[in-house]
Write a new protein. Structure first.
Length: 455
């Protein structure tokens, strides 16, 4: 039972996320449109209520007038010519007069507000003995009784066609109303779009900042709240750019200041230390320090202002794998059909080199490098058969200066390798995923958008 409730809840969430609009523009437009529709429907209902009673009283007045005129005509006419008079009324005015019979099958008027108003109004003018009916002997219309004498034989039924109680549908008003409604919705869309445009611009600029790029300053115009928001964002963006520039300059200065004495130390070690083992150990330590400095620079460099270009990712992957293969075995390549992508070539090369070196360090020669396309995205997988990473630690290891204290720990590293790859993936609008490989090992996946990513 719990499982079915969970599945139902998941299905409901998926349908809700799929059907319910997620953008502020569409949500606000739908709310404004709903308000317009409700207002129009309310006014139509009020108009129908307002015009119903006057129309019923008008029909009652017409009925009373026709009955009185017919009554007067029949009374004044020669009894011999009454039949001809009734025929003329039926042909010219559509008014039918029939003698009332005790055997008539009579059905009342519909019990609606319209006919109740009409009945009460007409009866006050025609007298309390007037009878009304909706059907007499199976013939439908507006039936009203009247008498031209004092005997039952002098009672007649006057029938008005039912069209008098109907009204023509106002198609021309419907057309004008539809045009007005469409115009109102268009204006509502323009207003909502103009209101949400600064927010969409801000969201686009925030994405640029999240990818490590410097967006163009937002226009500081519009309502005071929007101006304050744009000013604050521009100030934050400038501060982040200044901090990033200062950090890069500091690290570059440290690198330059450290590498000069390191070069002297290496030269002195090679010339002064006679013991081969001691000399090699010192040189290895110096190289390790130089590699650490290089990693700091890679992390601080980002894209180094490199322009993105549309490139063949498979070609870049093959080139990196071949270059790495000169130092050791070439990884097994499985290249799928993938579209070109807008990439920072040098930055993506650094990311692939870091992942391959990490896999080679802990996975030995059993390394695979695969590419494929998946739902409009490019996947680059680096797989090894090393000790792997616990699932609880995978996200933490993407942070700078973070290392594991187990067999996969690089005790001599800085903990920046995966952080550099993560940063480069975000620069491309993608992500770095660390997954457990079936059968043991680690799967490091770069997920990048194909073509030009959304900004």
């Amino acid at each position: 039972m719990i499982r079915y409730q969970y599945l139902y809840q998941k299905l409901y969430q998926k349908l809700y996320l799929k059907l319910f609009p997620r953008t502020l523009l569409v949500r606000t437009f739908l709310l404004v449109s709903l308000l317009i529709f409700v207002s129009v429907a309310t006014w139509l209902a009020l108009f129908g209520l307002a015009e119903r009673e006057p129309r019923a009283r008008q029909l009652a007045q017409l009925t009373a007038s026709v009955v009185n005129l017919t009554n007067a005509a029949l009374v004044a006419a020669d009894p011999v010519k009454r039949l001809m008079l009734l025929r003329d009324l039926a042909e010219s005015e559509g008014v039918h007069v029939y003698p009332a019979e005790p055997t008539d099958i009579v059905k009342s008027l519909p019990d609606t507000y319209f006919f109740r108003v009409m009945y009460d109004t007409a009866k006050t003018q025609l007298g309390p003995n007037t009878r009304f009916a909706g059907t007499v002997n199976g013939q439908t219309g507006i039936w009203v009784s009247f008498s031209i004498g004092d005997t039952p034989e002098d009672e007649y039924w006057l029938m008005l066609p039912g069209e008098h109680a109907e009204r023509d549908f106002p198609w021309h008003w419907l057309g004008w109303g539809g045009a007005s409604l469409a115009l109102a919705l268009l204006v509502a869309w323009l207003i909502v779009s103009r209101v949400t445009l600064p927010l969409r611009t801000l969201a686009s600029a925030a994405k640029e900042v999240g990818r490590g790029r410097q967006p163009a300053p937002l226009p500081e115009r519009g309502a005071i709240e929007l101006r304050q928001l744009a000013e604050a964002f521009n100030r934050m963006s400038k501060n982040l750019q200044r901090i990033d520039t200062e950090r890069a300059e500091v690290l570059a200065g440290i690198s330059h200041d450290l590498r000069t004495p390191l070069a002297r130390l290496r030269l002195e070690a090679e010339l002064s230390i006679s013991n081969d083992d001691a000399r090699n150990a010192v040189i290895e330590d110096i190289e390790q320090m130089d590699a650490i400095i290089a990693q700091f620079l890679d992390y601080a460099r980002g894209d180094s202002g490199e322009q993105a270009e549309m490139a063949d990712v498979n070609g870049l992957v093959s080139q990196v794998a071949s270059a790495q293969g000169r130092a050791s075995s070439i990884p097994q390549l499985i290249l799928g059909e993938i579209p070109p992508a807008l990439i920072h070539r040098q930055a993506l090369t650094r990311a692939l080199v870091n992942l391959l070196e990490n896999a080679r360090k802990f996975g030995g020669d059993q390394i695979s490098l695969e590419t494929r396309s998946d739902n409009g995205q490019i996947l680059i997988d680096i797989l090894d058969r090393g000790p792997g990473i616990p699932g609880s630690e995978m996200e933490r290891l993407k942070r700078p200066f973070t290392r594991l204290e187990n067999a996969r720990t690089d005790a001599n590293g800085t903990g920046l390798g995966l952080a550099i790859v993560e940063r480069i993936a975000r620069l491309h609008g993608g992500t770095l995923e660390l997954l457990a490989r079936d059968g043991g090992g680690l799967l490091a996946r770069l997920r990048l958008p194909a073509g030009k990513w959304l900004t």
